[in-house]
Design a protein around this ligand. Structure first.
Ligand code: F6R
Length: 615
């Protein structure tokens, strides 16, 4: 939530910041702003409500000269989205400008104290409190800006990644982080900073991931300095080579990132599999698991924690791991787990799933699990993000940057990693026969091509979407492995088209939701051939008998449901545990086209942000 960018160097500062903000817009788009410092030390701040393009329009006739600058794109927490609540925020004397991603939890106490000392506030944000506090400390103590930042941050509770400019000091940007991401790009006599590396990937591949409780000092002509928040100690600078390429950040001819990411799935699944299923499917090489084989052999139970789409993948993880490894698995929303006194300890494995690797609730759940002695395994996409660094071991899904706010390729990547993990652990524990394992391994290797075939449904789904564009409610039903898929289908529809949609286990429908069914309430029923097929046929009939229209996702050659349903989308038949990867694709496309028909901005749906770094 919220994206920050900064640059100091000889390039066009404004252009770099604006381009960077566009890349980070997935993190929030309630307002945007820039602070530009001229080589003479003049500080200009421009901000505008809404997307980055509004800021660009606002800046058209402004003085954009600068040798250093910071910028922000906001997902509102404290204070409504408006011009004046937009970042950067000024200190009262106008000498400091600050951008911030995170939340200052004790801002109210700090604000009251500062007001008693005569500070006047012009916004409702927690961020203004921080910049005023830094200014107040600097004036009171007559200290350097770094000392003032350090003392202020030591008074702050909460999460932050910040960047700060000081009037008359165009030579430096100061940045710091705690629990919100911050990465610095090191160029040739220039520095970049951002919430992730996407704003500067075309300028440098050298990145430094700032750690919690570190202050970074970026001065042109000097090496990067990382200082401890606790004292004067200087930390070593650990440079990482970025693996990101610029083409991964562009739409590549597609109208939206979401559509590009849906269509990328044959490739992303292939990337996710690479080197992990070898010898034609006979060997599963998941090093995160194999290096910790003892933990998985001795595990008494596994608890999966995640949020949103990643939680749906987690639910599938439960079916996969319980089914193959015979280990009891629980799945918890990270936000509930962290406050529910979880009974967890040594011998338990906690698997944390997160595309961004930065979700605040998932991070907090990991910390609790670690403190209680569990072995924590992460499944993330963003390399170098917080979750992989906070876990004992893990696996990257390697699907490349996911920019569309609605998760698509990350979901299938997560499910694929969980499938490989279950298979790998089942092999270790001997809970699957060699023959079964080899057969499943061979099928997994075929998934990228199978998904490519499923994408051939694109035109029919586009056509079908027109019929349902104006439905006000949807029901998504599935059983077994396709119950979590139904939940995910419903989430996709509601988040980008704003149509109310509920996912339900198909058999549960008769205990309540069936009352909703009438001619106005379409149901998407996910019913590939599996051991519950006969059961779901009855559920389909129950919907039909009440006049509900049905879009059925079935296996090729289906004879029964195809005759009952109003619309049928046929997907290739695969082993039951692999069906979610195949059946989720038509639902992704259906929600995409319905949202497009309604004229919605699918890549930036209202109120959402891709990386939820606040509670
Ligand atoms: C839905 C979606 C969200 C995320 C959730 C968790 O399309 O993207 O529900 O899945 O915010 O995010 P991560 O996986 O980054 O922890």
């Amino acid at each position: 939530m919220c994206g920050i960018v900064g640059y100091i160097g000889d390039r066009n500062v404004y252009d770099i910041l604006i381009k960077g903000l566009h890349r980070l817009e997935y993190r929030g788009y309630d307002s945007a702003g820039v602070a530009l410092e001229t080589p003479e030390g003049k500080l200009n701040v421009y901000k505008a409500k809404g997307k980055v393009s509004n800021l660009e329009a606002f800046c058209k006739d402004k003085d954009l000269s600068a040798s250093a600058g910071i910028a922000h794109t906001r997902w509102a927490t404290h204070g409504e989205p408006s011009d004046h609540n937009a970042h950067p925020h000024y200190s009262q004397d106008g000498r400091l400008a600050l951008v911030h991603n995170g939340t200052i939890e004790n801002y109210k106490v700090l604000k009251d104290a500062l007001m008693q000392h005569g500070c006047v506030f012009s916004t409702e944000t927690d961020t203004e409190v921080l910049v005023q506090l830094i200014e107040y400390i600097k004036l009171r103590n007559g200290c350097t800006i770094i000392e003032a930042v350090r003392e202020a941050l030591n008074q702050v509770q909460g999460a932050y990644a910040i960047a700060l400019l000081e009037k008359d000091h165009p030579e430096q940007i100061i940045a710091a982080r705690k629990s919100s991401p911050l990465v610095i790009g090191i160029g040739d006599d220039e520095f970049f900073l951002a919430s992730d590396a996407t704003p500067f990937v075309e300028y440098t591949k050298e990145a430094v991931y700032v750690k919690d409780n570190e202050i970074a000092v970026l001065r042109q002509g000097e090496p990067l300095k990382l200082l401890s928040l606790e004292g004067d100690e200087e930390h070593a600078v650990d440079v990482t080579e970025l693996q990101l390429s610029i083409s991964q950040l562009e739409k590549g001819g597609y109208p939206h990132f979401m559509l590009k990411e849906i269509f990328e799935q044959p490739d992303t699944l292939r990337d996710c599999l690479r080197g992990r299923i070898v010898d034609g499917g006979r060997r599963i090489v998941l090093t995160g698991v194999l290096d910790n084989a003892r933990k998985f052999l001795d595990a008494k139970r596994i608890v999966i924690v995640a949020c949103g789409t990643s939680w749906h993948a987690g639910l599938l993880g439960k079916y996969l791991i319980q089914g193959m490894c015979k280990i009891p698995v629980e799945v918890e929303y990270a936000s509930e787990f962290r406050y529910n006194n979880p009974v967890i300890g040594e011998g338990d494995i906690v698997i944390a799933i997160s595309q961004s690797g930065e979700t605040a609730d998932t991070l907090a759940a990991i910390q609790i699990a670690r403190e209680k002695g569990a072995f924590v395994y992460g499944i993330s996409n963003v390399v170098g993000s917080s979750i992989p660094r906070e876990t004992h071991s893990g696996t990257y899904i390697h699907v490349g940057p996911e920019i569309g706010v609605a998760s698509t390729k990350a979901f299938t990547g997560q499910v694929l990693v969980l499938t490989m993990l279950a298979l790998c652990v089942a092999n270790l524990r001997g809970t699957i026969t060699e023959e079964e394992s080899n057969e499943l391994g061979e099928w997994i290797l075929k998934l990228p091509d199978i998904v490519k075939e499923v994408l051939g449904l694109n035109d029919s789904i586009k056509h079908l979407s027109a019929i349902y564009t104006y439905a006000r409610n949807f029901l998504y039903l599935g059983r077994g492995y396709n119950y979590p898929t139904a939940l995910e289908g419903a989430l996709k529809l509601k988040e980008i088209s704003y149509i109310h949609a509920e996912g339900y286990p198909a058999a549960e429908m008769k205990h309540g939701p069936i009352a909703l069914i009438d001619a106005e309430m379409p149901s998407v029923i996910v019913a590939p051939v599996d051991h519950l097929y006969e059961k779901i046929v009855s559920n389909v009939q129950q919907v039909k008998a009440r006049g509900g229209s049905i879009i059925a996702i079935v296996s090729k050659g289906d004879k029964v449901i195809s005759k009952i349903a109003d619309h049928v989308l046929e997907v290739p038949a695969v082993p039951e545990c692999l069906t979610p990867i195949v059946t989720s694709i038509p639902m992704q496309l259906l929600s995409y086209y319905i949202a497009i028909n309604k004229g919605k901005d699918v890549d930036m749906p209202r109120n959402l942000a891709k990386s939820v770094t606040v509670e």
